[in-house]
Design a protein. Structure first.
Length: 301
């Protein structure tokens, strides 16, 4: 049974959907609303935050006290490529980096519709390449992201592989959005329990991101990509998510391609429930499991 603390996310999402249902919000207003995502997360302790330009892209750096800074978690925020920011997600990614024992590099990419596909992906790969050029070893780096950022956690590696860059050690997509159309059965079967994600919202944000490009492009929708070169991958998703089938279908395809992949589904949880880090036991448990899985991949004792 879901904890009482997890109700805060349901309440937040229902408030958002009620505001959006009025149909009078423009993109700047949506972005302001989405910044309150971070209000669900407690401020992590013993973390130093800084800013840096990596590969020509603005990033927020989170360094937990005493960690091995040669190990890097490359982080991509969600928000449908339209909203969200490094600011709205810095606390969650810092919690995860602290649990893992590494530093986090949170990419503050330029959002759509000003930066359409593949522009955002190109920025993410530029940061990946910049970290490699700075001396970070690929076996000491993992990607992580939520929702659209979960897509980027995978697509960045697919694109980097196409460009000839060495593969990272691991990837951790959280509630990933892998299907731009969307066609997953849970878009219908979970509609009554998902407090936030709808087919109409997915199509709207996809239309801004793709700007007329194919929704089946493999770097836009990794469900259609060749996955065999991906590193070990851990997917976490909530049982009450309309996007649940994105994770299930990707898991099955990656497994058939020979990828070392694990899918963890959390009962009664909503989209990107890990944002409740420090406030809900389900989020803290998920982060503990990420850390347990990721430490050996990054060779952290």
């Amino acid at each position: 049974m879901a904890s009482k603390a997890s109700q805060a996310m349901v309440d937040l999402y229902k408030g958002w959907t009620a505001r959006m249902a009025k149909g009078d919000m423009d993109i700047p207003q949506l972005r302001v609303m989405f910044e309150t995502w971070g209000d669900l997360t407690t401020e992590p302790t013993a973390i130093e935050f800084d800013e840096a330009d990596i590969g020509g892209v603005k990033c927020v750096i989170a360094v937990p006290k005493g960690v091995d800074q040669s190990r890097v978690l490359l982080c991509f925020h969600g928000g449908g490529y339209v909203c969200g920011s490094a600011g709205s997600h810095r606390k969650m990614f810092a919690h995860i980096a602290k649990a893992v024992g590494c530093k986090a590099v949170i990419v503050d990419y330029d959002r759509t519709p000003d930066n359409i596909h593949p522009g955002i992906l190109a920025q993410c790969v530029a940061v990946y390449a910049g970290l490699l050029e700075s001396g970070v070893k690929p076996e000491h780096m993992a990607t992580i992201g939520d929702s659209a950022g979960g897509n980027l956690a995978t697509a960045t590696l697919l694109y980097a592989d196409l460009l000839g860059y060495p593969m990272a050690a691991a990837s951790v997509p959280l509630s990933p959005w892998y299907d731009m159309e969307p066609t997953g059965e849970t878009m219908k079967t979970k509609a009554d329990v998902d407090a936030f994600v709808t087919s109409d919202a997915v199509r709207f944000m996809a239309s801004l991101y793709l700007d007329g490009k194919s929704p089946k492009g493999p770097l836009a929708s990794p469900l259609y990509a060749e996955l065999k070169n991906l590193p070990p991958t851990l997917i976490q998703v909530g049982e009450h998510e309309a996007l649940l089938d994105d994770s299930r279908r990707f898991y099955e395809k990656a497994k058939k391609a020979g990828v070392d992949i694990e899918l963890q589904t959390f009962p009664e949880m909503q989209h990107v429930f890990q944002l409740m880090a420090g406030n809900a036991p389900e989020a803290d448990l998920a982060i503990e499991q990420i850390a347990k899985w990721l430490r050996p991949k990054l060779r952290i004792a």
